[in-house]
Write a protein of this length. Sequence first.
Length: 278
Amino acid sequence: MRLKAITVNRIMLNLFFIFVSVLFIYPIIWIISSAFKTDSQMWNSTVSLIPKPLVLENFIRAWNTANFSVYFINTVIFAVSVVVLTIILAGTSGYVLGRFNFKSKRLIMGFLLITLVIPRATTIIPLFTIARILGLLNIRLGYILAYLGQTLVIAIMLFIGFFAGVPRELEESASLEGASFPQIFFRVILPLSKPVIATVAITNVIGAWKAFMIPLVFTFGKPELRTLGVGMYAFIGEYATDWTGMTAAAVISLVPMMFVFVIFQRYFIRGLAGAVKG
């Protein structure tokens, strides 16, 4: 009887998790389905997930008319730049803060931790003001650097936690072999941090891909530099909104990240485990 009760409990628990999963997945499926519908189908058959007939003009309109081909390229450049710069800057900073002791270390760590509790929305105006003074508005470098300022701290903390647990004998052995400081870092220490690099890369590429506020504020004067998230505004008119075009654009934006996560999910999970362990 006890074994039967355990089996029933497991079945009920599995059914509960299936129900919760469906609740989370259904909106994504609905968006994908609506991308292949006409406006009338979208609003008159909202429950039905099978479009009849299949409409592909929404994707053509989003890609060409709404300029999403340009926004897609801008987003790729933005995401790749953010990931590369984050790994370089966070890796070097995390190595110094995680491996060496110096007078101002606690002060620097304190400032880094304080930035984590500051709401990102409150930093938009200061960032915009600084960018305007430095001439970084309406150029790609401007919103890349502004985005880095909001995401770099967490990456630094991950690298600090990992590097702090690396045995010092590795550095001492490399130093005895005549390796310089940069060689020790790039050839010995950094390759060991692949789990953290994977975590930082995946989280930042997903975050940069869906970024909205900073690319919006920093491209007011040059709409052609907008990313996919900001490009959604192209479907909102003064008197009407192209909902089917917007859902098609959402699918264009969503699919690449779904492939990235599916392909690299095991590295992401290993990266989180490795970073926490470090």
